[in-house]
Design a protein around this ligand. Sequence first.
Ligand SMILES: Nc1ncnc2c1ncn2[C@@H]1O[C@H](COP(=O)(O)OP(=O)(O)OP(=O)(O)O)[C@@H](O)[C@H]1O
Ligand SMILES: O=P(O)(O)OC[C@H]1O[C@H](OP(=O)(O)OP(=O)(O)O)[C@H](O)[C@@H]1O
Ligand SMILES: [Mg+2]
Length: 279
Amino acid sequence: MRIAVPNKGSLSEPTVEMLRESGYRVRRDSKELVVADPDNGVEFFYLRPRDVALYVGRGQVDAGVTGRDLLLDSGSTAGEVMGLGFGGSTFRFAARAGEVSQVGDLQGRRVATSYATLVADHLRGAGVDAEVVRLDGAVETAIMLGVADAIADVVETGTTLRNQGLTVFGDPILRSEAVLISAPDADARGLDVLHRRLTGVVRAREYVMLDYDCPVTLVDQAVELTPGLESPTVAALHDTEWTAVRAMVPRGRTNQIMDELYDLGARAILVTEITACRL
Ligand SMILES: Nc1ncnc2c1ncn2[C@@H]1O[C@H](COP(=O)(O)OP(=O)(O)OP(=O)(O)O)[C@@H](O)[C@H]1O
Ligand SMILES: O=P(O)(O)OC[C@H]1O[C@H](OP(=O)(O)OP(=O)(O)O)[C@H](O)[C@@H]1O
Ligand SMILES: [Mg+2]
């Protein structure tokens, strides 16, 4: 089983971290390009994020991690297996405020981007005939320097656009995140294990483990707030008027649930991270 991993850029470190949490061997320094993990029967290839989809699409590696936007721009036949919940961004058009306000206004004009295939496909789909100017990066500057009338680029916080006095227009072209991709003829067993392990980490990040003590008389109300997955663990305490409850709760609601439990009368409410799981 061969797996491609981004060697640089925004997706690299979070991917390495996720693979580590999934029990795989990862590189020790950023110059290592190939890492053998014989215990798991895997070889990792650290490649440019943009090249991952090409290798996977040609079947030279079985699977890889890249951005959905990079996958679509590559034109590769690799397929998306799952979203990994990090590296989130939107892909958007932007221009100087007032100059271009909808995609139709791009007719006959110039759009700078590092994602030329993705943008050309989108413009074609919208029936707009515009010149796509392919740049390597820092595309926000292309308007100021007179190379383009608009840009299409990754927007995460929007800081880069704001700094250049640019405003987004039109609907987002794409919502992207890091994705696991696979070759059509990938090693099915290896891919299955990888998929399951990554899912275990992605799901674990969506939850935390909550432990608390609750008066026995209130336990039914408490477990309504923390129903867990199948059912919460309810265990006896030495003091028979109290009981201990343990349940997974959605991470995003942790503090709200803690407040509600406290108001109800629960005490010693503790939150613990879950690093991996099989649900
Ligand atoms: N703030 C961000 N800037 C750029 N890409 C981002 C950002 N957040 C998430 N991404 C995602 O990272 C991928 C691009 O990674 P890539 O390594 O090519 O560029 P990068 O992170 O901008 O690195 P660099 O430009 O320094 O080489 C895309 O899938 C993109 O959606
Ligand atoms: O919305 P923001 O949080 O500002 O992030 C988006 C910016 O970050 C990336 O640039 P990067 O730093 O990778 O430089 P590059 O354009 O040279 O790739 C991307 O191309 C945008 O310019
Ligand atoms: Mg970049």
